[in-house]
Each structure stands twice: as C-alpha cells, then as structure tokens.
Design a protein. Structure first.
Ligand SMILES: Nc1ncnc2c1ncn2[C@@H]1O[C@H](COP(=O)(O)OP(=O)(O)OP(=O)(O)O)[C@@H](O)[C@H]1O
Ligand SMILES: [Mg+2]
Length: 240
C-alpha cells in the first residue's frame, strides 16, 4: 500500500549526475526491521542512489517517502531527523576524540551510549581511547555505533567493508543484523555480494541505473545464473 508507515518507498526515481541519468525510473520498497542487500556492478549507481536518498545529491524526478512523508524537498538534516541515516564510504569519525566522545556527538539519548557499547565489547574496552588509535575494524564499529545511537528508522550503508579484511568485515555483519532485529530498516550496499546476500532477507540488484532484480536474497544466493543475468542488465533473467 502507498505510504505504508514502516517503509522507505521510492516511486519512479530518476537521478541525474554529470552527463545524464545514473538512476532511471527506480521503484522499490525498503521495509523496516529487515536487511535489504543492494548489489550490482561497479558504476551501476548504488552510491548515487544512497546519496540521493539521504540528500547528498538531488533526486531529479519521482517520489521518496519515509513512513509516508515525502522527503525529496527536505534538507539532509531534516531527513536525518526523520530517521534516514547514511553511512557513507570511508570511516567518518573524529580521530582526536575518544570512542565515547564520538558517540556523544550523535546520541539522541545519552543512555543509549552504554547500550551501544554493550553491543560492541571491543569498543567498550577502548571507550576512552582516541578513535585514531583503533584498528580499521574497530573504527568501523565506531561508525556503526554512532549511527545506532542516533536512533535511525532507516540506515543506508555504503561499502562498509572498504579497506577491511573479509574476516574483520564478517565480525561486523551480525551487528547489522541486530540493528534490523531492533526495528531498523537497513539498505546495505556491499561489494562482498555473497556475504551481503547471506545476511539479508530482501535483495535488489541495480545495473546501469535500473533495478534488474527485486526479491528474496536467498533465491539469488541459490541461483547464480539469476544473479549473473541481473548484473548484465536483467535481459536474460527468467520471467517470474
Ligand atoms: N561525482 C560524480 N560526478 C559525475 N558522475 C559521477 C559522480 N560519481 C559517480 N558518477 C557516475 O555515476 C554513475 C554511477 O556511479 P556510482 O558511484 O553511483 O556507482 P556504484 O554502483 O556505487 O559503483 P561502485 O560499485 O564502483 O561503487 C557512474 O557512471 C559514475 O561514473
Ligand atoms: Mg559505490
């Protein structure tokens, strides 16, 4: 149903960038309390789509609603206030501040900080260390914890694995699932396709700016030929 309360909904969204559209007529729904993996080839438009949702770049046409509220004309800050939080590529933390100080900057309620540190025992041990002294994996945990204490309704995550060893990245994935279990709708862009699909319930494939697969992540994991066809543009994908 249109404007469902607990969804992030895109209808006919087009995003132009430089020479032309990089997202073309995309309609999809991101449910709350679920991880949705968004995968696709390099240059497909995944980052551009997340940036248009959070307000880094404008949506050219179409509509986006969060819990039924249209957002495309709202500022980035106003969208964040509605609970749309974007973890961009790269680890945006304050290196000179301690772990706890980093969390204080985004926490809606100070009491949430202890809850977040319970979810990340490694961070709890380093709570008073400057973030710059942490490992890459621990810094990415700070990024996740900062997002979590901001109490997002929807969390857009772009290539959390960047620069991390797969084994380190795999330790972060259960945290993402726990966020979803607490009601957050997660849109997870990830180059480690199989890890993302293994975690997610729903999956989207984007190729050349168009959605070429929408369905269950499990179905894609079990059908490499379907994934391959969707990456190539969906022309050869079997009809439902
Ligand atoms: N700042 C920019 N200015 C102009 N065009 C851009 C810009 N950033 C990306 N593009 C173009 O937009 C298209 C989509 O790029 P985007 O970065 O969104 O893809 P992606 O799916 O995130 O790719 P990757 O998997 O490599 O991260 C590409 O054609 C890219 O060249
Ligand atoms: Mg990208």
């Amino acid at each position: 149903m249109n404007g469902a309360v607990n969804t992030l909904e895109l209808t006919g969204v087009t995003v132009a960038r430089g020479a032309g559209p990089v997202i073309r007529d995309v309609s999809l729904t991101v449910p709350a309390g679920t991880v949705t993996a968004l995968v696709g080839p390099n240059g497909a438009g995944k980052t551009s789509l997340l940036e248009a949702l959070s307000g880094v770049i404008p949506v050219t046409s179409g509509s986006v609603t969060v819990g039924g509220t249209p957002i495309t004309k709202l500022s980035r800050v106003a969208r964040a206030r509605l609970g749309l939080v974007h973890i961009e590529q790269g680890r945006a933390i304050f290196p000179g501040l301690t772990v706890v100080e980093n969390l204080r900057l985004t926490a809606r309620e100070p009491a949430d900080i202890e809850g977040a540190l319970e979810m990340f025992p490694e961070l709890d041990k380093r709570r008073d260390s400057p973030a710059e002294l942490l490992s890459g994996g621990e810094q990415q945990m700070v990024v996740l914890a900062r997002a979590f204490v901001s109490r997002p309704a929807f969390l857009l995550i772009d290539e959390m694995s960047l620069g991390l060893a797969p084994v380190v990245f795999m330790r972060l994935l259960p945290m993402v699932r726990r966020f979803a279990e607490q009601g957050v709708g997660i849109l997870l862009v990830e180059q480690f396709t199989h890890l993302a699909l293994g975690l997610a319930r729903e999956a989207l494939v984007v190729s050349s700016g168009r959605v070429t697969y929408q369905g269950q992540a499990k179905e894609l994991l079990n059908a490499p030929e379907l994934l391959h066809a969707a990456y190539l543009g969906g022309a050869d994908a079997p009809r439902q």
